[in-house]
Design a protein around this ligand. Sequence first.
Ligand code: FAD
Length: 391
Amino acid sequence: MNTTLLDHHVLGPELARTPYGHPFRAEFRAWLREHATGEPEPLDQDARFEFRRRWHHTMAAGGWTGLHWPVEYGGRGADPELQFMYYEELALARAPEPVNTPGLILLGPTLMAHGSDLLKRAFLPGILSGGQMWCQGFSEPDSGSDLASLRTRAELDGDDWVVTGQKTWTTFGQYADFCFVLARTEPGSARHHGLSMLICPLDQPNVTVHPIRQISGDAEFCEIFFEGARVPRDWVVGEAGQGWQVAMTLFQFERGDQGYTDHARLLVRLLDCERVLGAADLPPERALAAREELRRLWVRCQELRLLNYRGTLLAAAGQSLGAVGSMTNLVWGELEKDLGSLQAEVAGARGLVLGRHDTHHRLASRAASIYSGTSEIQRNIISERLLGLPR
Ligand SMILES: Cc1cc2nc3c(=O)[nH]c(=O)nc-3n(C[C@H](O)[C@H](O)[C@H](O)COP(=O)(O)OP(=O)(O)OC[C@H]3O[C@@H](n4cnc5c(N)ncnc54)[C@H](O)[C@@H]3O)c2cc1C
């Protein structure tokens, strides 16, 4: 029996432009077989981050990071279909999740679109190799969904911008070397005008990074206080004052790439959940309900997969994702939460123990309908832009 094909069946029916027999899949699988050891990820957050950082270095050394980056920037110039298959194979191999996604998926491509040659030369190599870690400094205590209300400001002082303000929910800020910060740089400007995206080094006395302890026991995100932090004058992504347009480009990458990774990882987790359910000692009616939920979730995973595929085809045709990005985000966020709940139900009492991966998944999954735009905001976008409903 062909085990490779069996593995692929976890993903569901073959899709025309990303066939399971594609030579790219075979090449990447061979590499993964050699390098992805299957060693379980540590539970401790710091150890887990280091584990993933090492994996990033291994991938980079093999030329497997930034696959979709143009060759001139050290990538492989992979087309969207290859990128789609890449994420599916990573999930099937149960490879560790990547670190530095704010750099690889968000800032890197945004720098390529808007950044000066100076910034591209200075930062793209470190993002790719994992030599520099990045975090995203957009949200503030009173500015999340309504990002344009942000209050962090930056003023020119000689050759530097001086940044003052507070960011929050900054994922893995404690491990980052740099933060891309959205700040108001034109005094008196309002809303979407007069903002700039600055690259701020975090290792300086005027920056305090304060991790926030979560219900899961981890501290995956931080508050960052900028109290006169210095940023070199040229370290603005795009034109000063045009930060909103730059941020919109970045969000386009966030909504596009987010989904690619996740349908495959969700399907693999669903398979694990099915195995646990098979061995679990649940009362018959709860086991039956769990099985039905598993099937419903499998269908929803396929829905997500097709949305990702649709995004892939749009990207391959050079078209923007538009509201398809919001649909993908919405379906993914709600699915992630429901799978987290099912995993907890199936794990039963064992799942109550803090420090276990299934507990972590369950608790962490609650955030999935919040970050990268809440479900309510995605629904607003879909109803206004896709369905033409009034605001
Ligand atoms: C795990 C996690 C990681 C994150 N990582 C980062 C990061 O690295 N960098 C970063 O900058 N940010 C990050 N964020 C922040 C994230 O972008 C914000 O949480 C998100 O944009 C929502 O903003 P908020 O939390 O301020 O909620 P609010 O905007 O205050 O929303 C509160 C509630 O009101 C609803 N709501 C708000 N406006 C509307 C509306 N117009 N119509 C209907 N309902 C509405 C929302 O849906 C939500 O339910 C992260 C968040 C989480 C949970």
